[in-house]
Ligand binder design. Structure first.
Ligand code: CTP
Length: 245
């Protein structure tokens, strides 16, 4: 009985763990542009195991009692980069890339703070990182395989945000509008829109744009295939192709 060459290889080349090829897709865009729906549609269309959505809201900084008070009065700026703990987010993504598990904070929009519980994430194959500033930090941009920017008219965004924040985030209309003009809209111009030119793909009209989403999914599939081909090629160069296929 012949023994497969697989069994004579050292463990580290014989086994290719899922995180070895972890791909990260960043989705940025205005609040209410439809990033979360686009992310869910990508997950559905990719139809692969080990695909997770990581929402950047989980990484809002903890507020001091004074900031907390301001947040409840819609006077705290949640749209500037300083409000997000990018260091922890970078560390989390690096850990996942190394195959370590990560504890992701669970965020409550009605309390403006992290909940005591966390979600444990074990090295997935694809992470979809979704947030208004997903393409802001160069350390994160460097880790991204695909950079997406979702666009929608700002009045559509405001309309969606009002409906969602009233229904799901425990807010009132006056407060939403105050926060929008004070922080959300100015930050869009200052920090969100400038991410547009560095994106690989722009999706106009968000979730309604099924043609663009189809293209995005095909692009991601191609990227994943390229990565897998490169991995196979590297093994072939080592003379281990029999083990790789
Ligand atoms: N935000 C808030 N209160 C908090 C934390 C965040 O109002 N305690 C708001 C910020 O003002 C920011 C928004 O949450 O503008 C970010 O979420 P958003 O992008 O609107 O939601 P998603 O579902 O991630 O994206 P989309 O609406 O595009 O689907």
């Amino acid at each position: 009985e012949s023994i497969s060459p697989l069994y004579s290889l050292p463990t580290e080349v014989r086994y290719s763990p899922p995180w070895q090829d972890l791909s990260i897709i960043g989705i940025a865009g205005s609040s209410g542009s439809g990033k979360s729906s686009v992310a869910m549609e990508i997950v559905r269309s990719l139809n692969l195991p080990w695909v997770v959505i990581l929402v950047m809201d989980s990484f809002y900084k903890t507020l001091t009692p004074e900031q907390h008070h301001k947040a409840h009065a819609n006077e705290y700026d949640f749209d500037c980069p300083e409000s997000i703990d990018f260091d922890i987010l970078v560390e989390t993504l690096r850990d996942l890339k190394k195959g370590k598990k990560a504890n992701i904070p669970v965020y409550s929009f009605s309390d403006h703070q992290r909940q005591p519980n966390t979600t444990t994430l074990y090295s997935p194959r694809v992470i979809i990182l979704e947030g208004i500033l997903a393409l802001h930090d160069p350390r994160i941009v460097e880790m991204l395989d695909v950079k997406i920017f979702v666009e929608a008219d700002m009045d559509v965004c405001l309309g969606r945000r009002i409906l969602r924040d009233v229904r799901e985030r425990g807010r009132d209309i006056e407060g939403i509008i105050k926060q929008w003009f004070e922080f959300v809209k100015p930050s869009y111009t200052r920090f969100v829109e400038p991410q547009r030119p560095i994106s690989d793909i722009i999706i106009p009209r968000g979730i309604e744009n099924t043609t663009a989403i189809d293209m995005v999914v095909k692009h991601i599939q191609r990227k994943l295939q390229e990565k897998s081909d490169n991995h196979t090629e590297a093994l072939r160069k080592l003379g281990l192709v029999a083990a790789a296929v």
